[in-house]
Design a protein around this ligand. Structure first.
Ligand SMILES: Cc1cc2nc3c(=O)[nH]c(=O)nc-3n(C[C@H](O)[C@H](O)[C@H](O)COP(=O)(O)OP(=O)(O)OC[C@H]3O[C@@H](n4cnc5c(N)ncnc54)[C@H](O)[C@@H]3O)c2cc1C
Length: 533
């Protein structure tokens, strides 16, 4: 076995478990895949934390789908393509918008809390959507409502074996196929070889590579890094979306203030009290996220300020409380009254457009390994994701994975039970805990200062060099969560920086001040990475 495993095995023999399908991750992508696969197959769902500790749980705004008479999949397609700045894969977008409405209706059957008025769905407006098309649940609690409903569906009949606090370290490969994953139980310290005919990566994003992010602490890019180590292709890593309205504060994760608030009419103001987006984009505050963020950065630099202001004081207070209970109450707890005062906001790292490259059925370039949700790069987001398309992507592509399982599983004759995997020997030294913590901080500082919203060749070269030095300063990990996560963060961060350095143009979420123009002739293409050999 020549491939690079991150695992440092223990002296004791690992436990072995056997499944048809393992799903790694308990967000919308993982839960949807597990519920669907368990109708026919023996399934395990593995999560490194508790089930609800996901980005999905935090989602506020809702899910985009063409569900009204005023809307159509074609309109949704056009909005998605326009926001994606020339890099969306059109076939994948067609699937997203055409299959999306049916998937959302199915979700509504198990999650009755989608907001309605007089029996009709309430549809919200968000950035770069030309018509209101965002369905939401519990006002601005869509993620928690949807995650709870899917979790309940998964637990009915107990057909899925749920493994919480189980950290997946690496994928297992044999003969060019993925045959499962090795995990460490964070409570007991026991290693397990989870053999499976199919492995579904649904490990979410990597916002923790930046100092300030809306992403939860579990978002350390593990799935992207382990897929890369196992030989799968990752791509579009330079496209990291910054959200315009994180609540300005010193603590990451930053609280997100949903775009739907601007959809209801809230303004963005500079410190002179001007609506600076008017005249910059025809949809003003509701322009695509990359356009709004770029102008926010310009305004903050011009005013020498670290934040701008979100103003909802002209809107009806009753509506704000009813439609945005989470935002309203959280702000109140933090000392801000949304009804009566302007809220300090700053652009913040929010979403990874790139990831593990898949085809239209969620298949990665490594047979036996599928990917769905934020970890995946299906091609639907291009250089800039259209708001509320990511929950939809998880629903649509996990469903397609489930539909492809029969084909893949019946094509595999070899039983994983007969395979033996050689893992690397134990590492006795590892890294000191404070060294790991300061390594993570250092990585976040490098990424924030040199690979942030506006990039340049000098900064990016410095980032690649510094990240290399950081990696070189570390010893092989022991069996420790923070160490494993740091190695994964370095892998992901290095590929973000390398891709950003290669792409000598500005497009969507990737902005270079030394190459401010979009260059379709040379750069209307994707940057992929794959491990040599
Ligand atoms: C604050 C906020 C609000 C948002 N609002 C919206 C919105 O309104 N609409 C929208 O469409 N999108 C929204 N997004 C984006 C969207 O929520 C995410 O892209 C989406 O939920 C990702 O789902 P997922 O299933 O891919 O991953 P996640 O929900 O992040 O789940 C990842 C899972 O993988 C597990 N995991 C990770 N690594 C490992 C490992 N090594 N071993 C075992 N388990 C592992 C985690 O524990 C977790 O269970 C929002 C994002 C944020 C941060």
């Amino acid at each position: 076995m020549t491939r690079p495993y991150l695992l440092a095995s223990t002296d004791s023999e690992p436990v072995k478990r056997f499944y048809d399908v393992i799903v790694i991750g308990s967000g919308i992508a993982g839960l949807t895949a597990a519920v669907g696969a368990a109708r026919k197959w023996k399934v395990a769902l593995i999560s490194k934390s508790v089930l609800r500790d996901t980005t999905t749980f935090l989602a506020q705004g809702g899910i985009a789908a063409a569900l009204s008479d005023q809307d159509s999949p074609q309109l949704h397609f056009e909005d998605t393509i326009r926001a994606g700045a020339g890099l969306c894969k059109e076939e994948a977008v067609r699937i997203l918008v055409n299959e999306g409405p049916a998937r959302v209706r199915e979700l509504m059957e198990i999650c009755p809390k989608f907001d309605r008025a007089g029996g009709d769905l309430v549809l919200a407006s968000e950035g770069a959507h030309t018509v209101p098309r965002i369905v939401h649940a519990g006002g601005d609690a869509t993620g928690s409502e949807v995650a709870s409903a899917l979790t309940e569906a998964m637990q009915q009949g107990s057909r899925v074996q749920v493994l919480e606090h189980e950290f997946v370290i690496d994928l297992l490969t044999n003969g060019g196929h993925c045959i499962g994953a090795v995990s460490l139980n964070l409570k007991t310290g026991v290693f397990t070889l989870n053999y499976a005919t199919v492995t579904v990566l649904a490990t979410g994003g990597c916002g923790q590579v930046y100092t300030m992010t809306t992403n939860p602490v579990v978002a350390t890019g593990d799935g992207m890094a382990m897929a890369f180590r196992a030989g799968a292709t990752i791509g579009d890593m330079e496209f990291v979306q910054f959200h315009p309205t994180g609540l300005y504060s010193g603590n990451s994760p930053l609280f997100l203030i949903t775009e739907a608030l601007r959809g209801e009419g809230a303004y963005l103001l500079n410190h002179a009290g001007e609506r600076f987006m008017v005249g910059v984009h025809p949809q003003a505050e509701l322009g695509p996220r990359d356009v709004v963020v770029k102008e926010m950065v310009r305004q903050m630099q011009a005013e020498n300020q670290e934040y701008l202001l979100l103003d909802a004081t002209h809107l009806d207070c009753g509506m704000l409380k009813e439609r945005f209970p989470t935002v309203h109450d959280t702000l109140l707890n933090r000392g801000y009254n949304l009804c009566h005062e302007r809220i300090p906001v700053t652009p913040v790292c929010h979403y990874m457009m790139g990831g593990v490259v898949t085809d239209l059925w969620g298949r990665t370039t490594l047979p036996g390994l599928y990917a769905s949700g934020e970890v995946a790069n299906t091609g639907v987001h291009g250089a800039n994701r259209l708001a509320s398309n990511s929950l939809l992507e998880g629903l649509v592509f996990s469903d397609r994975i489930v539909r492809d399982l029969d084909r893949y599983i019946s094509s595999r004759e070899e039983s994983a039970r007969r395979l033996s995997i050689l893992l690397p020997g134990p590492s006795r030294q590892g890294n000191q805990a404070d060294g790991v913590a300061s390594g993570r901080k250092k990585l976040q500082q490098i990424m924030t200062s040199d690979v942030g919203m506006v990039r340049s060749e000098d900064g990016l070269m410095n980032a690649v060099r510094e990240l290399g030095l950081l990696l070189g300063s570390l010893r092989a990990p022991r069996a420790d969560l923070e160490e494993y996560e740091l190695f994964n963060l370095i892998t992901v961060a290095t590929h973000i920086a390398k891709a950003a350095l290669l792409r000598e143009e500005s497009r969507g979420a990737h902005q270079r001040d030394d190459h401010p123009e979009t260059d379709d002739i040379n750069w209307k293409r994707h940057i992929d990475f794959r491990l040599k050999g």
